[in-house]
Design a protein around this ligand. Sequence first.
Ligand SMILES: NCc1[nH]cc(CCC(=O)O)c1CC(=O)O
Length: 304
Amino acid sequence: MTHFVIATRESRLALWQAEHVKARLQEQGHSVALLGMTTRGDQILDRTLSKVGGKGLFVKELEAALEDGRADLAVHSLKDVPMELPAGFALAAVLEREDPRDAFVSPHFESLAALPQGAVVGTSSLRRTVLLQALRPDLRIEPLRGNLDTRLRKLDEGHYAAIVLAAAGLKRLGLDARIRSVFEPAQMLPAAGQGALGIEVRSERPEVVAALAPLLHRPTWLATAAERAVSRAMGGSCSMPLAAHAQWHEGEGVLGIVAAWGDEQQPGRLLQASAQAVVADEAQAQALGLAVADRLLAAGARRA
Ligand SMILES: NCc1[nH]cc(CCC(=O)O)c1CC(=O)O
């Protein structure tokens, strides 16, 4: 048995996720404490994240706590973890994925199709913006930042007809009732890693990596490795109009992946590519992701 300290952001979702990992480690016989931290990404709410340094803003402070030994592991939404970690850090485990889909949330309308012409939809995600524009060019997309509770509050205050959020976050917080409909991946392709949790450690701590091994969910790890390889090949920026989603074909060891890239300079122009392969290890998963990124680039997508 070992004592571990988990560094976490302090939003309700981040704390739920850290508590989840804490419980899983306790099941393994370890004792665990949480170290809550506020990150720059949590403080800056008035600007689009891509303009102030990207989603890496959510992980830097947690990495500082790992580096100086205040914490042993950091729990992140995998979607928010940069494709390239700084030297000395590693992704030690990826846990079983929750629902990877996006959810349509609205007080008055049951689905995207039910929205009136020109309705205002809130999102600050470039991916959601380009996908929404391709589905409904008439909609007005307005920025929406903040943690889940803040975004739901702004919706309830009447600033938007609807907003789009990850189903996983809503389900984890018991807010399923807010989901009016879910988007199937074919309609609104999720972000790389959406719905999965990633655990970051210092690479020189093999004993921490070993303790996390029982939490690693291999099918999710390989699927998200393929998704993250697409993103890395496209320039690695999380603030890119890029979607990538991999799914296992039941029982065949075959991983299929679909990626989409939206052209911000030509709203409504959406490029899509797909690939599938037998995948048995991380290298094969990454090769699959690279293949689909090459197809996007060949079709005219631009690296960030
Ligand atoms: N970008 C913020 C973020 N990071 C992870 C989630 C949801 C949980 C997940 O995808 O694992 C969210 C909220 C959202 O996109 O609605």
